[in-house]
Design a protein around this ligand. Sequence first.
Ligand code: PLP
Length: 440
Amino acid sequence: MAFPENARISLDIEDIPKRWYNLAADIPKLQPPLNPVTKEPAKPEDFAPIFCKTIIQQEASTERYIDIPEEVRDGLIALNRPSPLQRAFRLEKYLKTPARIYFKREDLSPLGSHKGNTALAQAYYNAEAGIHTLTTETGAGQWGTALAMVSNLYDIKSTIFMVKGSFEAKPLRTTIINTYGGTVYASPSEYTEFGKKVLKEHPDTSGSLGIAISEACEMATKDDGTCYALGSVMNHVMLHQTVIGLELQKQLEAGEIEPDCLIACVGGGSNFGGFTFPFIGDRLRGKKSDCEIIAVEPKAAPSLTEGDFRYDYGDTAGMTPLLMMYTLGSSYIPPSIHAGGLRYHGMAPLVSAAYDQGFVKAVSYDQTETFAAGVLMARTEGIIPAPESCHALKAAIDKALECKKTGEAKNIVFNLSGHGLLDLYGYEQYLNGTLPSSDL
Ligand SMILES: *Cc1c(COP(=O)(O)O)cnc(C)c1O
């Protein structure tokens, strides 16, 4: 039996990228972050209470390529990099589409998602700067898990504020974070002034990412040896995630595949940015391409498709710098959905700029449609995608069905940002017919 063409394209360990790609070097009209008090462009010292020096430099950098430290590349091996590019030929067959569907397997990281790519770099630079504790927020739990694990490698402690709704709905996430040695608090908590204030005003709140970010930042501000680590949105996070797209470029070249669509889900924008920025950069530097680049968001938090492009806070308390981004408003608390990683009011400034300038299209889906896509992937490919990744998958399936109508054999490539084995409750609800719609 002949294997289908390009059934799986793997790279060697030596192919782990040696440098990250920085879209800020090529994209025009990028607006700087503003100091939340003076509303003037933020200075490096404005970030000093929460970030270490190298992270601050990377945040503001306009260098096109930044070297990946050897130790970080070593760590990426443990996260199963380079990740394979696989062809979903059984899904293609089920759909009876002439299109070819490929997916990049970020689900194969032992941490379950792409989040480790930046966690590793951030822990490395903070350890180098002598930081003993990192604080952070986590929604669905993927980011908290990744940061807790990699902190061990550099002898750093981690304190994680987990959105209360998720903390209560996903007790096993807490167990995983504790197994990795992290400390987890349900947010809002009694451990910060802001947490106490929210609890007093709204004792029954299920929390939000915006509130958890405020708590993590407050704790980092109060101690010199403690810094804050963010899992998405900011430029340095997008930078670290470009290992995904740089590997993908090599794989497409090796398989002689010209992509017609690149698709990823967007919460804060980091897996999407990492997956697509090297391609957007090529285009900005003059490469001609008809490839569509599609960002997929949930109907519950549609910042690109329904938000405004303006300066807004990254958190609820208004402690973070103001970022120029597509936003639903920093006080907006998205309805509870299983794709907790997509439940954010804003969008990375770099992704927002690329969208504003027409390099990116956006679509949104209700969670009932995305879980249906996830079940199809499970039954054809054996993979249960994370609820977030189901959004990208759903868009890829819709593209493939369009191709069935037009008879075009397009190459559709999507990012499988994580697996869903810790999010089975959403699948259970879908299967027994109790999954609520997430429509606004
Ligand atoms: C966190 C997460 C997302 C959303 O975050 P981005 O920064 O937009 O990538 C998507 N998929 C998975 C599996 C996640 O854990």
